[in-house]
Design a protein around this ligand. Sequence first.
Ligand SMILES: [Zn+2]
Ligand SMILES: [Zn+2]
Length: 343
Amino acid sequence: MKAVVIHAAKDLRVEEREVETVSAGQVEIAIEAGGICGSDLHYYNHGGFGTVRVREPMILGHEVAGTVKALGTGVSHLAVGDRVAVSPSRPCNACEYCLRGEQNHCLNMRFYGSAMPMPHIQGAFRQRLVAEAWQCHKVANGVSINEAAMAEPFAVTLHAVNRAGPLLGKRVLVTGCGPIGALAIIAARAHGAREVVATDVMDTVLGKALEIGADRVINVANNPEELSTYSANKGYFDVQFEASGNERAVRSGLEVLRPRSTLVQLGLGGDVSIPQNMVVAKEIEMKGTFRFHEEFGLAVDLINQRRVDLKPLLTGTYPIEDAVRAFEAAGDRTKSMKVQLAF
Ligand SMILES: [Zn+2]
Ligand SMILES: [Zn+2]
């Protein structure tokens, strides 16, 4: 089988790999769609992020869906031919965090395509994947395999919503409208947000944000004063989903958040400086959000039931042989939202 392997920054190769054998409780899946994520792009463009570096060849990818081709013994809820979305979250279910139901903090997490541990955890951009049956969630008839492969980034934003707390009737600000910001808009809408305002520095992605459910969009590069008007009377928004990782987005968010509101940080921008006095005086809660676990099943259900429409986010599909072209396209925000590989 072919697999998409990162060796170092800008050194991405399509290589042959052996298909793994199926053990009890596992299934073999023909992967059909795989979405390129921001983390995959970090490995491709920079060889890693923060202190995490690619130190050995690693198959990339964790946003995948495909068709079951073979079953191990003891698998009862799946059949050959079923189409499935595969959760890349593989906690140990035995460490102290797993036992507290905080699997996304598992001490022995084996999340696909991660260079954090050594040896690295090999990813899912491959033609055949052997996964545990419990990772697989059936995709409903009529739902495309491309939509199913967006369950993972959608689950990220559903976890962010869980971190934010109830959104019913709340006014929500989303800063940064890449795939995660856009999915946060959809997740907030699905949870009853009263109003969603989205910001970015590019009109193309803001157009997409409007299309998928934002009430208003603001280009903060061209018109920062439009956002500032929300700072009157100590602020306006109950919740901010910060998906840009940009310091200015955090700072401007703190200005327009109301007292006792919540800022949920999704974007990874590194070290930023913030006006502490504003956090204190307005009693703002700042929360991080990291991956997901049980939200993956909810993401698949919401997609299956047509409660959300993620199709507008898919901006391109490339054959596996064109992986480099696909990664270049995915990194170009002027043209791309979510880019997927076909296997
Ligand atoms: Zn992802
Ligand atoms: Zn664990």
